[in-house]
Design a protein around this ligand. Structure first.
Ligand SMILES: C[S@@+](CC[C@H](N)C(=O)[O-])C[C@H]1O[C@@H](n2cnc3c(N)ncnc32)[C@H](O)[C@@H]1O
Length: 312
């Protein structure tokens, strides 16, 4: 795409080696290493695992997800934001514009251990540190929702550690993480209230990442239909931008073709959006340097499931 805010040639070497290799932002790498070390899991992170962990309610399931999948979730968001191979149309501008300055209220669902919103902000921060983006004051109020208590505890830890490096680049973050069950209307309304009731901001942003492992089966989507519909109706009413990022898995493909989820998105049409048709999702992939294991170079694959900007 011509005339991007960040053209592929200008992606700094600290984030992309110019060929087929991403580096997570240094501040985020440091936080991840420190947190792994504090729970005695640094070595385990370098062991190969069967993969595909999507987290869960228990400490054990959450540890598995944090230790083996946090880096991949971070790399996926970073790839969408930098789009160094220019494969994702307006994605890079979409993120960089939304987080260029001012006051943003960001909802991250399901937030898990905070990987996706932390990577989003750490990437903006690294671009500022490398003088690629201006340091306009940026206030971000992060609201995270997830069913897992231990995952939200990790998210608190990660944001607690990351805040100072963000502040050094003019990004002032306050973050809160709330118990939320996508199958439960009663927990969705207060989460949305937390995100939206205060309109003291320039824009609202909804980030959904790596949800297909949870939502892919039809029974679950049916059950989540009403709460997700509420999320979309309010997202539309507040003219929030939406980014929904998934891995390129069979589950994500199956989810995108599910008619029930299609109906959830009908609300966006009503509220002045122009959603892409299902099946037209953009994809990209890259290798990345594992943030703590020297010799590990996993591949991250992303499917940009939804990217909606409000028509103002
Ligand atoms: C694959 S993780 C993705 C987390 C995060 N978005 C990321 O990119 O790393 C899936 C998350 O869904 C959460 N989850 C599972 N069932 C859920 C439900 N019914 N409601 C809300 N969150 C749920 C899990 O606790 C887990 O944190």
């Amino acid at each position: 795409m011509a005339d991007r805010i960040l053209s592929p040639e200008d992606v700094p070497k600290s984030l992309w080696n110019g060929d087929n290799f991403l580096y997570l932002p240094r501040a985020l790498r440091d936080v991840y290493r420190k947190t792994l070390d504090s729970i005695g899991k640094l070595e385990e992170a370098c062991r190969d695992t069967p993969g595909g962990s999507i987290g869960g309610d228990t400490q054990e399931e959450t540890n598995l997800h944090f230790v083996h999948s946090f880096d991949g979730s971070c790399a996926r968001v970073e790839l969408a934001m930098l789009d160094p191979k220019d494969e994702l149309e307006k994605a890079s501008d979409f993120f960089l514009q939304a987080f260029s300055g001012g006051r943003v209220r960001l909802l991250d669902i399901p937030c898990g251990c905070g990987a996706s919103s932390a990577a989003l902000l750490a990437t903006v921060s690294e671009l500022r540190r490398q003088n690629v983006l201006p340091r306009e004051p940026l206030d971000v109020i992060v609201t995270g929702g997830d069913k897992s208590d231990p995952a939200r505890n990790y998210a608190e830890l990660v944001f607690g550690e990351l805040k100072e490096s963000l502040r050094n680049q003019g990004i002032f973050v306050s973050a809160s993480f709330h118990s939320w069950d996508v199958m439960d209307e009663a927990s969705t309304t207060p989460l949305l209230d937390q995100w939206l009731s205060n309109q003291d901001c320039d824009r609202f942003f909804l980030l959904i990442a790596n949800f297909s492992g949870v939502l892919s089966n039809t029974g679950k989507i049916k059950k989540a239909n009403v709460p997700l519909g509420e999320v979309m109706r309010w997202t539309g009413a507040r003219k929030a931008a939406i980014a929904w990022i998934e891995p390129q898995t069979k589950k994500a493909n199956r989810m995108s073709r599910n008619a029930v989820l299609g109906r959830v998105f009908e609300w966006l049409r009503i509220w002045s959006y122009e959603p892409k048709r299902f099946g037209e999702e953009l994809t990209s992939e890259s290798k990345y340097a594992h943030p703590v294991c020297k010799d590990k170079t996993p591949t991250v694959r992303l499917l940009l499931y939804r990217m909606e900007s409000p028509r103002r």
